[in-house]
Design a protein around this ligand. Structure first.
Ligand SMILES: Nc1ncnc2c1ncn2[C@@H]1O[C@H](COP(=O)(O)OP(=O)(O)O)[C@@H](O)[C@H]1O
Ligand SMILES: [Mg+2]
Length: 322
């Protein structure tokens, strides 16, 4: 760790990183950076390359090409000093199931050479924070999935990290446990000033807590930026329409495609009598009204709406798949 100027260095810098695993190009030259204080969501479907990226960031895998820097240091070359600044929650909780929670945490604390007195006090504080203090003498094997995740997060925080890295932290949890964990992650980032980087395939979760996101698909970053910017990207205009009478979906779709300029990329959706047109440029409402009406249709409603992150995400993926 560079102790001179940690504040102005980015916790994570990824520059043109590719990774070939066997015959698969798991990552195709991805680049992004995570700034101090970010809650950065790394969003993508299964197999997109999220875990591979995290393993590279942690220095567990060596990139085939490209550079990775954590506070300007290479995690592959310089693992211990960097890793003592990072809290990690991977897919597996990484706790011994047959021993108690407190023993697990003490074992981990010793591994990181934490001082015993402060460590015990710290463990109690962290377990209280996660509502796990009453269970500290119970074997981890007896915990629910949600409790195991909280325990894994508690363990990750024991080193008082500057950066918290998590691989799909709420995957497989029920909505209540997910929300509890999400609230904690947000609190840790904001109150305790920890930079957070986590992967997810859950848009809603990313939308709720992140300030920045990257969308990864088949080893390529297909969108990157402040969450607001990505959501409001120019390629995500949305218009909603409802007609007075029930309409054939294909007929309306073809009509709209005919009306709008040929170079406009559009995605069409229909649900509960409501037609949604997503487009990369703003569709002219008066043009649509005039053309649809002249085709004999009675328009009940037509209005613009902000595209949700989910719609932008699905649109990005659809475009990436060509
Ligand atoms: N150890 C491995 N051996 C072979 N292929 C792998 C291995 N790890 C990852 N891959 C492949 O690399 C791609 C990205 O995987 P991964 O990073 O695990 O995706 P994600 O975490 O987004 O689901 C996938 O096509 C996956 O099958
Ligand atoms: Mg994964």
């Amino acid at each position: 760790m560079n102790s001179k100027q940690p504040c102005i260095l980015n916790p994570i810098e990824i520059l043109s990183v590719s990774k070939r695993i066997g015959k698969i190009n798991a990552l195709n030259g991805i680049s992004f950076s995570v700034s101090p204080g970010d809650i950065f969501g790394f969003l993508g479907p299964n197999g997109a390359g999220k875990t591979t990226t995290i393993r590279i960031i942690l220095g567990l895998l060596k990139p085939t090409t490209g550079q990775v820097r954590l506070w300007n240091e290479d995690p592959w070359e310089n693992s211990f000093s960097i890793k003592s600044q990072i809290g990690v929650v991977l897919d597996e909780p990484g706790l011994f199931e047959h021993v108690s929670l407190i023993e697990n945490l003490i074992f981990y604390g010793k591994l990181y050479k934490l001082k015993k007195n402060t460590m015990i006090e710290n463990i109690d504080n962290i377990l209280s924070y996660f509502n796990l203090i009453d269970r500290k003498n119970d074997k981890v094997g007896s915990f629910s999935k949600g409790m195991k995740k909280k325990a894994a997060l508690a363990r990750a925080l024991l080193v008082q990290p500057k950066l918290l890295i998590m691989d799909e932290p709420t995957a497989g949890l029920d909505p209540e446990s997910s929300k509890e964990l999400r609230d904690k992650i947000k609190d840790i980032a904001q109150v305790h000033k920890v930079t957070v980087f986590f992967s997810s395939h859950n848009l809603d979760e990313v939308d709720k807590i992140c300030n920045r996101i990257a969308i990864i698909h088949r080893g390529n970053i297909i969108a990157l930026g402040d969450i607001q910017t990505v959501r409001d990207s120019p390629s995500s205009f949305k218009k909603k329409m409802r007609f007075s009478e029930k309409q054939d979906v294909e007929k309306i779709k073809n009509m709209v495609i005919d009306i709008l300029p040929v170079d406009m990329k559009i995605t069409f959706d229909y649900h509960n009598d409501l037609f949604t047109v997503l487009s990369d440029k703003e569709a002219d409402t008066s043009l649509l009204i005039a053309a649809l009406t002249s085709n004999g249709l009675k328009i009940k409603e037509i209005y613009d709406e902000k595209a949700s992150l989910e719609e932008v995400y699905l649109k990005c993926i659809k475009e990436a798949e060509g």
